[in-house]
Write a protein of this length. Sequence first.
Length: 400
Amino acid sequence: MWKNIQPAPPDSILGLTEQFKKDRNPQKVNLGVGVYKDNSGNTPILGAVKKAEQMLLAGETTKSYLPISGDPAYDKAVQKLVLGEECETFQSSRAVTVHAPGGTGALKVGAALLKKFKPQARVWVSSPTWANHNGIFSDAGFELDRYSYYNPETKGLEFDRMLATLGRIPAGDIVVLHTCCHNPSGVDLNPGQWDEVVGLAKQQGWIPFLDFAYQGFGEGVVEDRYAVEQFGAAGIDFLVASSFSKNFGLYNERTGALTVICPSGDEAAVAMSHVKTVIRTNYSNPPAHGGLVATIILNDPQLYQQWLAELADMRDRIKDMRRALVQGLAESGVEGDFSFIEQQRGMFSFSGLSDDVVKWLRAEKGIYMVGGGRINLAGLTTDNIDYVCRSIAEAVKSVG
């Protein structure tokens, strides 16, 4: 069956990790894959997660299936975190949430739902965007287009051009927006800019689909949901795909959620009925463990405060590595102003390094970055930062 079929190309990010694992360089550094690492280079299990797991296992009485939409307590806890407990959208019945297998699963379910009722719609993604956005929405059968976002010359947001494109998108089309910690650029909108985007969505009638994978990695869980709150206040239809991989460290538990927000409770109930049919013919119902752990933490005041503190530690470590990288590049003699790296938010940064430099670093120094120079700041540690900065200086001198 397969002898005349060409192999599929490796994933641009996960394939890089496979190369990294095979590399025998003892100083190798993985700055590619989007996974948080602590200063020892490990992906930790949070203390709050460990305590919640102990509580879960002590009281667990069944391994029966969850409902199609997941545990109702999980769905409500997600809404409280993502929408805000004081928000009218949370307090009303205009939002419905389902437990999905990770943020990717939430995007996939949302894409299938939208394709069912908006088959002729076009999906708009930022230029650039997370590579898997293209695959998820193309696989659902959508044609894709792009709106301006990142300017490689200024290393910042092309907001005027972004607004110009969003202002031309017709009603019924779908616009994928990174709520915070834009992947791959690390460049975010400020509150005033979000207000303008929300106004355009309401004026034009396109459907916002918010990818909210990094809540708490920007400025904090409350600050990072500003866009969600404003879209909710606008009273329009929109979707939010959220994830607990990064902020809870539940990577291999595949714990995420899709929240559909509608103008009225009646419409939300209709939406939920169709979300369930999409899930039933896909994975039928979600995995339980990660969602139940997150529910315990979000509903236990002490564990919640411990989680917020641990999340702040992760966020602060990434900011420290941003500062260390900028300082280290300057001290290593790399020409240019890299201060923009400190202005970006989240784990990722477009470093401004050319593809030739990226390839040289991989081949000569065992330093792995995604093409285009995107780096994961969490891959830097106090032990490898000097090696990385010196290697970048050598690469720039060698290949320009």
